[in-house]
Design a protein. Sequence first.
Length: 105
Amino acid sequence: MGTGPVIASVFPSSGRAGEAYPIQVTVEGTGFEEEGNIVTFGGIPVEDLEASDGGTRIRFWVPKEFPSKGEAPPQIIEPGEYSIIVTTKAGTSEPVAFTLTRGTE
């Protein structure tokens, strides 16, 4: 039985909040599956992601809003610090911090 996923680094480790600033993040580490990885950003799952480079690298787009629940509209993700976690069939990584900064200068 292998060990669960381990995040070594995320790049970039910060980016601007807001719809106008798409952010693609690369998560590097070990123990990722070839496919079916789940990256959780601030509690929002980004599902069914593939890992490249022998299961050591996952790329995903940072969600820009929390999904709507019931009749409430989606909530924009505000600037602040959020955790990134990788989940595979073998387990869940320790969280790594990602910072969203204000979109305007």
